[in-house]
Design a protein around this ligand. Structure first.
Ligand SMILES: Nc1ncnc2c1ncn2[C@@H]1O[C@H](COP(=O)(O)OP(=O)(O)O)[C@@H](O)[C@H]1O
Ligand SMILES: [Mg+2]
Length: 253
């Protein structure tokens, strides 16, 4: 029996889907049996990131009882994928109370179930968070995002979903940004990944191929690799060696 990790953040556009897909590839390349599920029923876009938008049978059909789970699972880059269709009418038919059941069934045969969660705190987001054993909170280093993640953390605590840690994404090492240490202190949670702003991420989205596959040497790829290794319990520095200040800190520690 494996473990489930919901990738959550409250706000949309923080990087949940790109982190979910690339982290899944890292874990799969490390030999793990990984399944990624798109729980963003209303605004599904994971299939676009993985070039799977053409498939007919998705989580929508599983949740509405029209298809079996195994018929909605696809495979790419060594990762099993359970996408959600982009059709809104089908999304309306999906029964969210079945989601937890689906999570349980999947974790029986996988090492890691990665759940790409919807933004907000509506019933869809709560169902995804409630059904997961763990949550990884994606935060951008800016005030509005930190406030939203604070709420998600409180909700995770209420739901008994274990917060694995924070992933600070879209870091530009800009003076206006909150540092990972400050965010850790505010959210009272450990930072287990720092992912810089990287044009390669945008390009990979446009091509529908994970950046870890398209350009494994990019800064974002090195950062997502470190995050994956931390999740696997292999001690990796989360600090980007490209940043001179943080590099110096690492040397002096
Ligand atoms: N580290 C990053 N560097 C550059 N662009 C990023 C990064 N993370 C996310 N993005 C951009 O933000 C967009 C939204 O990311 P996405 O993962 O779809 O957000 P969410 O799932 O949280 O709504 C991506 O399409 C990409 O253009
Ligand atoms: Mg998303």
């Amino acid at each position: 029996m494996g473990c489930s990790i919901a990738i959550a953040s409250g706000k949309g556009g923080t990087g949940k889907s790109v982190i979910s897909s690339n982290l899944s590839v890292v874990l799969a390349k490390a030999g793990k049996n990984v399944l990624i599920l798109d729980a963003d029923i209303k605004m599904a876009n994971l299939s676009l990131l993985l070039d799977l938008e053409y498939v007919d049978t998705t989580l929508n059909e599983v949740l509405s009882g029209e298809a079996n789970l195994e018929d909605a699972i696809y495979e790419k880059y060594g990762v099993k994928i359970l996408p959600t269709g982009i059709s809104l009418s089908k999304a309306r038919k999906a029964k969210l109370d079945k989601l937890e059941e689906v999570f349980k069934e999947i974790t029986q045969n996988t090492d890691y179930l990665i759940i790409d969660t919807p933004p907000g705190l509506e019933v869809d987001a709560i169902s995804a968070l409630a059904g997961a054993e763990n949550a990884l909170l994606v935060v951008n280093p800016e005030i509005s995002c930190i406030v939203d993640v604070f709420k998600i953390k409180k909700v995770s605590d209420l739901l008994n979903t274990n917060v694995l840690g924070l992933v600070v994404n879209r870091v530009r090492y800009d003076v206006s940004e909150f540092s990972a240490k400050e965010i850790e202190a505010i959210l009272e949670s450990k930072t287990i990944g720092i992912i810089p702003e990287d044009q390669e991420v945008k390009k990979s989205v446009a091509f529908g191929v994970p950046f870890y596959i398209r350009n494994p040497d990019s800064i974002a790829s090195k950062a997502i690799y470190r995050l994956g290794m931390n999740i696997l319990g292999k001690k990796e520095s989360i600090i980007e060696s490209k940043n001179p200040y943080e590099r110096l800190l690492r040397i002096l520690r």
